[in-house]
Design a protein around this ligand. Structure first.
Ligand SMILES: C[S@@+](CC[C@H](N)C(=O)[O-])C[C@H]1O[C@@H](n2cnc3c(N)ncnc32)[C@H](O)[C@@H]1O
Length: 626
């Protein structure tokens, strides 16, 4: 009995000593701001907090971020400790053979999280590890990276390559972390490389949560980390340190497992036939809803003209009518709330900002709807529309996002441009003279879907990907036109698209980039065009040059910029100038011969169509078929 008490007390004393020596404090109890699937890293979140405190890095780089559990913990540590660390996450956000290949939603979600929480000091670099290395100077010519977390592909060769590529960027205080040092399956080889490194550098290995290796590469290690390395050699201290962090890590690991289970349950319960039935119900619901919205809209339109203090009673009646609608849009919710409050504490008066704002938005919404429905009717009455085009126009969605700068109050032009793109695409497909599968379509850049809505209506079963740098536009395309999102930030040279496409539509992008970027973009398209696929691109050609010369259009360019682009167009066949105060984005003009040559240089496809100024009455259209 007496002996047991002494033993317990000894180990408690040792624990206290270890905690004191490593100065483990509050960070052990911090609540992580991000725990998402997959949860493999979550067991180390508390360790990440402590490492940030111990190292106080000037520069932190993570290779392999995926959904961001580890990266966000390091950023959280930086924020809570008030450090001036600059943090960089490097990933293609496409996945690899160990992590699996995943969808664009992951990058979109992490970008939004990063923007909300850590935009001041953290950057997501969407590129390969090797390419990102060029953006960091060697450690001996600058401060270098103090904390590097390597968590990419986990084969022996890949981890070794990553370490050796990035070693020269490390600082003299640098610490390198390796995840998955404790996995011995599926071709993982971190454990093997870790064993080689641990024989050369001071180190400490946490065994839990697939293993995390902490390696002291720099010659001047931060004092707390140096103490951790000393404990690695101490058989009574090392297990205590491991247990301490593992037990806290377990809490987070369990939370992540709960998420896995919830996800699993959701998947199980969502079997295909039930979803099919639900979809049918939703469709019916939506049709009814749209009818009801139209009725209410008509009533509101009548009332808005006579809107005043005295009109509060009928407005409230409308508001309660709106509330009864199945699943009203967020706009209607706001408008409904504002209208329902009319007369209360001054709410609803023209001076009430909530009401005024809702009312303004509502007016814009009704104006846009009226405009688009009217424009559709006018277009349908045009004699030169084919029956197929009329059908398309009847089916096309008229949802326009308020942030869509392509819609400037002229619904007729907005829809006519989409219809004109559809005509060009159909001509391009015919020109390729191949059976066209239309299984997968890329719209790059999609914007808020001016053309994409026609692609969706024309190819209802196609898997359509929208590529954009504007995440809000992408999200709208996903929700409204069932498109898969691809965030296309970064140079065209290093971008890699998630799949091959049968049809690529690129309207109004080559019109804004220089010849180098145009070559890179065409190469990107060629590399992602499936066999038999067709790529349709538009450019500014002779019609736009004539407009510039005659000042019928200036494209927002200064006199000097206009002259530059025209002069290059004449002399080289490809003219380009930046917009004022922008770099790498402006106006380009290109002649047919030059474009043809660019495509020939890339090779592997044929130009099957060239139509001068056939899109929107001024842009030239090309089709290249693989
Ligand atoms: C294991 S996951 C990262 C897990 C993450 N640290 C966490 O906390 O969950 C590996 C990631 O590395 C990325 N990746 C692998 N090799 C890459 C490379 N050569 N360049 C860029 N990203 C790469 C994959 O896209 C994947 O998202």
């Amino acid at each position: 009995m007496g002996r047991r008490l002494v033993t317990i007390s000894d180990s408690q004393l040792r624990l206290r000593e270890v905690i004191g020596a490593l100065e483990i404090g509050d960070e052990l109890f911090w609540e992580p701001t991000r725990i998402v699937q997959p949860g493999a890293w979550t067991g180390h979140l508390a360790t990440a907090f402590w490492l940030v405190k111990a190292i106080r890095p000037n520069v932190f780089v993570e290779l392999g971020t995926h959904t961001g559990n580890s990266y966000s913990a390091f950023c959280q540590g930086v924020a809570l400790l008030g450090l001036s660390t600059r943090c960089f996450a490097v990933d293609t956000w496409q996945g690899d053979e160990h992590a699996g290949y995943y969808d664009e939603e992951i990058f979109v979600d992490l970008t939004a999280f990063n923007d909300r929480n850590y935009a001041g000091f953290s950057k997501l670099l969407r590129t390969t590890f090797d390419d990102a290395r060029n953006y960091f100077p060697d450690g001996d010519t600058s401060g270098g990276i103090d904390l590097l977390h390597i968590d990419g592909l986990h084969s022996y060769e890949a981890v070794k390559h990553d370490f050796e590529t990035w070693k020269s960027a490390l600082s003299r205080r640098s610490v390198v972390l390796f995840h998955d040092t404790n996995v011995r399956e599926r071709g993982f080889g971190v454990w093997k490389f870790w064993r080689e490194l641990a024989a050369q550098y001071p180190s400490f290995e946490f065994d839990h949560s697939e293993g995390l290796g902490v390696l002291g590469v720099g010659r001047e290690q931060p004092s707390l980390v140096a103490r951790l390395f000393e404990f690695a050699q101490d058989p009574s201290a090392a297990p205590l340190v491991r247990r301490l962090f593992a037990s806290r890590g377990d809490t987070f690991r369990h939370r992540a497992r709960m998420l896995d289970l919830e996800h699993h349950i959701t998947n199980l319960s969502g079997d295909r036939s039930r979803l099919g039935q639900e979809l049918e119900l939703v469709r019916r619901d939506r049709d009814g809803q749209s009818q009801a919205h139209q009725n209410v809209e008509r009533q509101l339109q009548q009332l808005t003209e006579s809107l005043s203090w005295r009109a509060t009673a009928p407005l409230r009646a409308i508001a309660s009518g709106l509330r009864r609608l199945p699943g009203p849009s967020s706009f209607l919710e706001t408008a409904t709330a504002a209208i329902a409050n009319v007369g209360r504490d001054g709410a609803g008066s023209s001076k009430d900002p909530i009401f005024a704002n809702s009312y303004r938005r509502f007016r814009r919404w009704t104006r846009t709807r009226r405009d688009l429905h009217g424009s559709r009717r006018r277009l349908l009455s045009l004699p030169d529309l084919t029956p197929e085009e009329k059908g398309l126009l009847r089916r096309v969605s008229l949802r326009v996002h308020p942030g869509d700068s392509m819609y400037a109050g002229d619904g007729f032009h907005y829809l006519a441009v989409g219809l004109s793109a559809n005509r060009c695409i159909r001509d391009a497909l015919r020109s390729a003279k191949k059976p066209f599968p239309a299984g997968s379509i890329l719209d790059f850049p999609s914007g808020y879907g001016r053309v994409l809505r026609f692609l969706r209506a024309g190819f209802p079963n196609a898997d359509i990907t929208a590529a954009e740098i504007d995440v809000s536009a992408l999200d709208f395309c996903r929700r409204s036109f069932d498109a898969t999102m691809f965030v296309s930030t970064g140079s065209f040279r290093v971008l890699s698209l998630p799949r091959q496409f049968d049809l690529i539509w690129c309207g109004s992008l080559l019109t804004h980039i220089d010849e180098h970027a145009a070559r890179d973009l065409l190469r990107l398209f060629r590399e992602h065009l499936s066999q038999g696929g067709v790529c349709v691109v538009t450019t500014h050609g002779r019609r736009s040059a004539e407009w510039l010369q005659g000042q019928a259009a200036t494209y927002g360019l200064s006199e000097a910029a206009q002259q530059k682009v025209l002069q290059e167009f004449e002399s080289k066949g490809y003219g380009y100038t930046d917009y004022a105060h922008q770099s790498g984005f402006g106006i380009s003009l290109v002649i047919h011969e030059r474009m043809h040559q660019l495509a020939v240089d890339i090779g592997g496809w044929d130009e099957t169509l060239f139509q001068e100024h056939s899109w929107d009455d001024h842009q030239d259209v090309y089709a290249f078929s693989a």
